[in-house]
Design a protein around this ligand. Structure first.
Ligand SMILES: Nc1ncnc2c1ncn2[C@@H]1O[C@H](COP(=O)(O)OP(=O)(O)OP(=O)(O)O)[C@@H](O)[C@H]1O
Ligand SMILES: [Mg+2]
Ligand SMILES: [Zn+2]
Length: 328
């Protein structure tokens, strides 16, 4: 996908930071080694010297191939000596080679003229950061999710209690997060009345998945639809729509209970594009199944029912329960 210059520059700056960081580490390691094994410094200088000579030979013309071959041999001998010295001192033979985050591209971001996976990841992360307005997600965690707010009363039509059932929903979300994969995890639909913990659980998933290095966009559905509308009419941030389609996990919280034709087609495009690409989303709403079908139409409804795993939330409004606890 095409990224804005801003996103691209930010990703390249992070690659540059990685290189600087690993270079600084390498310099420190080398300086330390030189004080203990001075021959290593000489070897390093000689290696640098052969590199300069190689360039000089090339510029001077003459029997370049033979000279290059000779320099290459000297180089290999020096490298072998360096490795032996290190090994003899009980150190890893590659200890002086700069450590890189990415072995595939040596932190350059490119393998030949192909964009490396590590740069792709950085681009996605930077695009998501901007899409989330650069602000950290409100923190809701699994360990502050308290099951005792759910009543220990029978769950209508089932052989279990509301609390035990919500415990299973909670356990599923936790496991979902631990096993999260941007290509195989299913999409989830959270249905239920106000204050039952839908946003709390969705945010706990988002924060954990983010923490594991995946790109996540979280916002209310309404905000996401408006930003897409802004971009569509040339007002807002560029690439937002594409980022919503591409991020590893998309969370559309609080699906509005009315749909305009624009939000309707936007919502359809989002779930359709992501489903086709097997990219997961979590959608939460106060609407019942019947209301969803009535407000959003058959086309969207059948996608949601067919492609999402549905979780119904039960219990009493936890916002109210917490308020009462604080008052009394
Ligand atoms: N199981 C829980 N343990 C502790 N706090 C909870 C729990 N569930 C919800 N809360 C808290 O109660 C408040 C309301 O929960 P939340 O926002 O998740 O509800 P919701 O289902 O998203 O409601 P709405 O449909 O109105 O958006 C939040 O402050 C949340 O942190
Ligand atoms: Mg909510
Ligand atoms: Zn790479």
């Amino acid at each position: 996908m095409a990224y804005s210059k801003e996103v691209f520059d930010a990703a390249m700056r992070r690659l540059e930071q990685r290189r600087q960081q690993t270079d600084a580490e390498t310099d420190r390691t080398r300086a330390e080694l030189y004080t203990h094994i001075p021959r290593l410094r000489e070897i390093q200088d000689e290696l640098a010297g052969t590199a300069v000579n190689a360039v000089r030979e090339m510029l001077a013309g003459g029997d370049t191939a033979a000279n290059m071959e000779r320099l290459k041999k000297i180089n290999l001998n020096l490298q072998a000596e360096r490795a032996e010295l290190l090994t003899a001192n009980g150190l890893p033979p590659d200890m002086m080679t700069p450590k890189r985050y990415c072995r595939q591209c040596d932190d350059t971001g490119y393998v030949g003229d192909r964009v490396c996976d590590c740069l792709r990841t950085l681009l996605r992360e930077e695009a998501c950061k901007r899409a989330n307005s650069g602000s950290p997600l409100p923190l809701r965690a699994f360990d502050t999710f308290d099951l005792s707010y759910y009543p220990d009363t029978p769950l209508p039509g089932a052989d279990t209690t509301v609390r035990a059932y919500m415990g299973r929903v909670f356990a599923y979300c936790k496991q979902y997060t631990e096993q999260f994969s941007p290509t195989t995890s299913p999409s989830l639909l959270f249905l239920g009345g106000t204050g039952l913990g839908k946003t709390h659980l969705a945010l706990a998933v988002a924060n954990e998945v983010l923490g594991r290095g995946f790109s996540v966009i979280y916002d209310t559905a309404q905000n996401i639809f408006s930003k897409i509308e802004d971009e569509h009419f040339g007002r807002g941030e560029q690439n937002f729509t594409q980022t919503v389609y591409d991020c590893d996990l998309l969370i559309l919280d609080e699906l509005p209970d009315y749909a305009t034709s624009f939000t309707n087609s936007t919502f359809y495009n989002i779930i359709n594009t992501r489903t086709l690409a097997h990219r997961p989303a979590i959608v939460s709403t106060n609407l019942t199944e019947k209301e969803l079908e009535a407000r959003y139409g058959q086309k969207i409804f059948s996608r949601l029912i067919g492609d999402f795993w549905m979780f119904k939330f039960f219990g009493r409004d936890i916002r109210q329960l917490k308020l009462k606890k604080n008052i009394f």
